[in-house]
Design a protein around this ligand. Sequence first.
Ligand SMILES: Nc1nc2c(c(=O)[nH]1)N[C@H]1C(S)=C(S)[C@@H](COP(=O)(O)O)O[C@H]1N2
Ligand SMILES: [Mo]
Length: 439
Amino acid sequence: MSNGERGQRHEEIDAILERKPGVREVRDEANRYTVVGAAGRKTYTNWLTPIAEHFVCHRNPIPEIDADSWHVSLTGLDGAGAAKDADDADNWGGEDIGSKKDAVLSMAAIQEDFPTVAIAHTMECAGNGRGQHDPETSSVQWDCGAVGTSIWTGTPLRSILRARGITERAEEDRWLTAIGGDSIDEEVFARSIPLSKVFEDCILAYGMNGQPLPAEHGFPVRLIAPGWYGVNNVKWVEELRVSDSMVTEGSLDRPGTHAEWHQSSYRIHPEGANPAEHGTIAEVDTWAQLESNDIEHPYTFDATVMSLIGAPEGRLELESGTETIEVLGVAWAGDDAVETVEISADGGEHWSEADLFGPAYAGASRLFSYEWEATPGTYTLLSRATDEGGRTQPARISDPDEYEEAIEKGLFPWNEGGYAANAYVPNAVEVTVSSSDSE
Ligand SMILES: Nc1nc2c(c(=O)[nH]1)N[C@H]1C(S)=C(S)[C@@H](COP(=O)(O)O)O[C@H]1N2
Ligand SMILES: [Mo]
């Protein structure tokens, strides 16, 4: 990277830090990403993450976009299940381009010609928790600040696709590839999502927590795939391509590399492995891919079950010898439901069930609360969540040479990219009694 690029990245990070007082910079050894994360645990005492505290992660500079002239192209419809009369479909804005069945959507069309929905989505970078890997892996050393829950406003993708004659009947083994408008240096940012997920709940979002989408979160429009890792939620969308294959190298009508972000990085694999490209895969659940051996190096699609304690934190001063302290936090499980959260105050020897409360939306986190009878001492508080499929957070990450047997041993496999880590996050607290009695 040139010094100019390095300087530009830092200017961008500084500008974001100024706009978002609830985040802080994260160590990126290779200096390749614009990254900021939630500044502290207290972000995770709330269900909704204020924009000011929501992490940011991307590779190339934020593109400068004029929303009035921005268009999203819908391509690849030939032979991908488009109805013969697609050109007559209603509710379609913009002009046809290129192939007769390709089309472009203006922002006005996206916002006005289709239904508007608001959906909850807990977005977690697949690298969240990477810092738990020992030995350290390369790339951004996230602790646990790369997760946030927002209400996203936008247009259901099913409405847009149906208007072009793409129906749910045609969804089998078909993919939607979203391409970002930040593609520079001949490196295209493209991610593919199965049409079944797209029809279920994906949207093209232009609002975040009731505000217009901020530039760093994808203005004017991004894809939201509820419960799926951040990388699937393509920002600054400029093209949506329907095809019977995930994006592979050379599969797009564009210069540069196409599949780096889908087929190479963001795959879970042991040290030194070189993941093979696949056109299509039958199982997309991230954990199910890890457990089965069908896909050798899993793709990071839905987030694995995880929890974080937001409070208490640090030093607690009690007025008497015993006091009830609320242990409060959030748990999520991608597009699966969180079934239980348990709390341990003794580093994992004993566990008690917490109460789940508050909003319960598919694809978004749950709040949990536990009444802890605290007495003076030093403690390691832990939380562990279990999802509706009975999958529980592992206690720790394996050693690199245990990759193959890690899951069987109840460990999370150390992987070269440091993805999808969901081991317990210890919270050390010290409890003392105030000396006011003796004063
Ligand atoms: N176009 C584009 N979309 C992108 C990225 C990117 O670099 N370019 N980064 C992805 C990654 S890795 C993450 S974790 C999320 C972060 O979204 P946020 O910055 O809004 O929190 O955006 C995803 N979408
Ligand atoms: Mo990410």
